[in-house]
Design a protein around this ligand. Structure first.
Ligand code: PEP
Ligand code: MN
Length: 450
């Protein structure tokens, strides 16, 4: 199978690309990235695809989450552990409360490049290039930092490798062992209602595990979890250099991550991103905003998944709480009627961003919940499977989204606003979301008894 040349893709028109002034540096970086070892193995991408096929069939639920934008400086052991921990806690809540297998996918180990609505940012009368993620430039508001530098892609590769190495160690080395359900909660506000609620659930799980061990189940079965990496495939040089021909199948895989998605701003049918991802074998996603027509979605599916293979394609809808109930039904109905195999996943974050009066970009927990509820309602009405949740979150106690059980106010945002891009749910809000979604999911999912 052939993979298009980088120049051919650029000629096709790629939006949201860096403006690199130093061509030699781009060429050198690209050549070095072509020579580095893969971050993931193609067989792992196939495993994830098989799990997403189960999501497509309505037999599993996808939990995809992490930062809007990872930063190189933020790739510390504490941060990685905290992110993994909140995802594991959410997954346990969803699995246990709804009796449905949960596919765990991090926005992690590669989520370093951001599409922006404006190329420039002005502060106090000074205008500089907008921050486009650590893969492209620095967050600091100086001309040097904001310059687009291709060498950063090598830092992204190295930091992604280190992050993924740690994630693999955690998920196979015992940290993610189900018998640790309590320990994931130890430093948590057990006094908070959601902390207590989690504690009760953890006790039940512990009892169930003890029972299973007593009747002879192999405790090693609980020892490790499957966890995969994902990011938006945005910078052509990076994704192209890391696409390799798999020795087993002779087919191209993008080995920068297990799952890649195309953003709302780069999903043009005849654009370079759709073309590039149409040639790789990984499971992929496409973000669909409220202006997506059913014809657009069907054409994207036909281009990206011509064989209609379940698990290959996920549509991540991000409509906004106000629009989901009117925009989603026709899309799902027509795509389904066209016989298209796709997993439907809800991103309740990107259609619900607004600027607080203090200037912080934020989201209301209530809007996030409302969009998820709308997503479940629409799928229930159509008899289709609400396949998953895609969220921006962190394991830390940040103050970036307002509302939730702790009732964070706009005035609280300044206390601990750490995101360099979009506002994330903090640990308490993430866990609350998991409990609420688990309730919705348990209503749709009636476990079969045999
Ligand atoms: C994102 O996921 O951070 C993002 C930019 O999303 P979208 O493409 O849906 O706007
Ligand atoms: Mn974002």
């Amino acid at each position: 199978m052939t993979f298009p040349e980088l120049a051919t893709l650029h000629a096709q028109g790629a939006s949201q690309q860096p403006t690199w002034n130093d061509r030699d540096a781009v060429d050198t970086t690209y050549a070095r990235l072509r020579a580095v070892p893969p971050l993931v193995f193609a067989g792992e991408c196939d495993d994830l695809k098989a799990k997403l096929a189960a999501v497509t069939r309505g037999e599993a639920f996808l939990l995809q989450g992490g930062d809007c934008a990872e930063t190189l400086a933020g790739a510390t052991a504490d941060n990685v552990r905290a992110k993994l921990r909140v995802l594991l806690q959410m997954a346990v809540v969803l699995t246990y409360a709804a009796s449905v297998p949960v596919v765990k996918l991090g926005r992690i180990a590669g989520q370093y490049a951001k599409p922006r609505s404006s190329d420039l940012e002005t502060r106090d009368g000074v205008t500089l290039p907008a921050y486009r993620g650590d893969a492209v430039n620095g967050y600091e508001f100086t001309p040097e930092s904001r310059e687009h530098r291709p060498e950063r892609l090598l830092d992204v590769y190295n930091t992604s490798a280190a992050t993924l190495n740690l994630v693999r160690a955690f998920v196979t080395g015992g940290y993610a062992d189900l018998r640790q359900v309590h320990d994931w909660n130890t430093d948590f506000v057990r006094s908070s209602p959601v902390g207590k609620r989690y504690e009760r659930l953890a006790r039940e799980i512990q009892r169930a595990l003890t029972f299973m061990e007593a009747i002879g189940a192999d405790p090693d079965e609980f020892h490790r979890v499957d966890f995969h990496s994902s990011h938006e495939a945005l910078i052509l040089e990076y994704e192209h250099a890391l696409t390799r021909i798999d020795s087993r199948t002779d087919k191209p895989y993008d080995v920068s991550g297990h799952f890649l998605w195309i953003g709302e701003r780069t999903r043009r049918l005849d654009g370079a991103h759709v073309e590039m991802l149409s040639h790789i074998q990984n499971p992929i996603g496409v973000k669909l905003g409220p202006t997506t027509s059913a014809d657009d979605a069907i054409a994207l599916a036909q281009k990206l998944n011509p064989e209609n293979e379940p698990g290959r394609l996920t549509f991540i809808t991000r409509m906004g709480a106000k629009r989901i109930r009117e925009a989603l039904p026709e899309l799902v109905e027509k795509v389904t009627a066209a016989g298209i195999q796709v997993a439907w996943v809800c991103d309740p974050m990107h259609g619900n961003t607004f600027e607080a009066s203090s200037g912080y970009k934020t989201r209301r927990f209530e809007d996030v919940m409302d969009e998820v509820q709308g997503f479940f309602d629409v799928h229930r009405a159509l008899g289709t499977w609400p396949g998953g949740l895609h969220v921006e979150l962190t394991g830390d106690n940040v103050t970036e989204c307002v509302g939730g059980g702790e009732d964070l106010l706009e005035a609280d945002l300044a206390n601990s606003y750490e995101s360099v891009c979009d506002p994330r749910l903090n640990r308490v809000q993430s866990l609350e979301l998991a409990f609420l979604v688990a309730e919705m999911l348990s209503e749709v999912h009636v476990p079969t008894e045999d």
